[in-house]
Design a protein around this ligand. Structure first.
Ligand code: NDP
Length: 395
């Protein structure tokens, strides 16, 4: 029998919900391009429930315990004496969500001789040292597409929030004011602006599609160019490199995974190439941006605003400068964990587990590492290496 260790974020401060704001979530059965949503044999939860926190357990307990496995759900994940470190030593499977990443470093992988499978309940497996996973012949799998549209919606919200100066204006209402000039002095229309996406994968392309009706000029860069028909349909301009693209953009949105090629891609040199007063939205991974360079760019006015939901490490310390830097629209890492998204990635996690325990192949598009090398989506979108360095700062 196997031991599955599942690391989830805390329940709400007021306790696990007993009722919800809405009675249902729309059922999504397939994604743009035809990929089907997860198809587990069964689920033991009601879509729309909070599944990503410890009491939600991703809805997996009846299934796993029904098979006789040991299912351990924990929250304490950081530091050498964390519950995660203690439970990991005899774990066969680890499940973690990027929102509350259980960093699976080379040291931790070395301490887990039984470990065979690391599942990302969501998308983005950079919290696993992929080189160490390759070396240890682990399988790393994620629920590709499960929350890509959730993030794309969040990106559009954040672009509009920054450009139109939504959050500071909202604050004037809370403060009891009617300070129209204060609100308007940093408020613009998105219409006519040039928006560039770093990557046009599942999220990046969905962002571009959603922005098209705003009558903006759309640009993108990616390792692989999109089909010419899509470029024509959306009026996209392709750039060979990020450096080539950023100079003309009023808004840049980052939608690439974190891997050695993208780590600290946005640093002082990249900001110097951008238009003064550009906005940067990063819902991809915090480490794609140099933390202090972002602060400097906002303080100098080189950036007019920065928004996103991804930090490094996670959770960030209370004194992380992105909490207090000017003109930001940061949230905790939430864009991919809406209740709608949770239903899909919990079902996808169940599908991956069913495949693993029944000896069936895991869908190729879910694979990041398999059989000692990058595989599936990992082989297309990642480079091998380690992006977990510095994650011990959470302890
Ligand atoms: P996809 O794999 O569909 O797309 C990623 C794209 O990034 C691919 O088109 C890939 O290129 C491209 N890419 C990789 N490296 C580079 C590079 N160096 N320069 C330019 N483009 C590059 O993934 P998704 O769109 O679904 O997700 C993207 C990322 O967003 C995830 O990896 C994750 O980090 C983040 N994410 C964040 C969430 C949140 O809650 N904030 C939730 C979900 C995802 P190609 O494949 O053509 O080689």
């Amino acid at each position: 029998m196997a031991k599955i260790v599942c690391v989830l974020y805390e329940d709400p401060v007021d306790g696990y919900p007993t009722s919800y704001a809405r009675d249902d979530v729309p059922e999504i059965t397939s994604y743009p391009g035809g990929q089907t949503a997860p198809t587990p044999n069964a689920i033991d939860f009601t879509p729309g429930e909070l599944l990503g926190s410890v009491s939600g357990e991703l809805g997996l307990r009846p299934y796993l315990e029904g098979l006789g496995h040991t299912f351990v759900v924990i929250n304490d994940k950081d530091g050498a004496d964390s519950e995660f470190d203690r439970e990991l030593v005899d774990a066969d499977v680890v499940i973690s969500q990027p929102f509350w990443p259980a960093y699976l470093t080379a040291e931790r992988i070395a301490k887990a001789p039984n470990l065979k499978l690391a599942i990302t309940a969501g998308i983005g497996s950079d919290h696993v040292d992929l080189q160490a996973a390759i070396d240890a012949s682990l399988t790393v799998a994620e629920v590709t597409y499960s929350n890509s549209i959730s993030v794309a919606e969040h990106v559009v919200m954040m672009i509009l929030g920054l450009v139109r100066n939504y959050l500071p204006s909202y604050q004037w209402v809370i403060k009891g004011g009617w300070n129209i000039a204060d609100c308007a002095a940093r408020s613009y229309d998105l219409e006519g602006m040039t928006v560039g996406s770093v990557a046009a994968g599942r999220i990046g392309l969905a962002v571009l599609r959603r922005l098209k009706p705003f009558d903006v000029k759309l640009h993108y860069t990616d390792k692989h160019r999109l089909d010419p028909a899509i470029e024509e349909e959306l009026g996209l301009t392709y750039h060979e490199s990020v450096e080539d693209m950023v100079g003309i953009c009023d808004v840049v949105t980052i939608n690439a995974p974190l891997h050695p090629e993208t780590e600290h891609m946005f640093n002082d040199a990249m900001f110097a190439r951008m238009k003064r007063g550009a906005y940067l939205i990063n819902t991809a991974r915090g480490k794609i941006c140099d933390r202090d360079a972002v602060v400097r760019a906002l303080e100098s006015g080189q950036l007019a605003g920065y928004a996103g939901d991804v930090w490094f490490p996670q959770p960030p310390p209370a004194d992380h400068p992105w909490r207090t830097m000017p003109h930001h629209g940061m949230t905790p890492h939430i864009s991919g964990t809406s209740l709608s998204a949770q239903a899909r990635y919990a079902a996808g996690t169940r599908e991956i587990l069913e495949c693993f325990f029944e000896g069936r192949p895991i869908r190729d598009e879910y694979l990041i590492v398999d059989n000692g090398s990058l595989a599936g989506t990992g082989a297309k979108s990642y480079t091998a290496g380690n992006a977990t360095e510095g994650s011990d700062a959470t302890a």
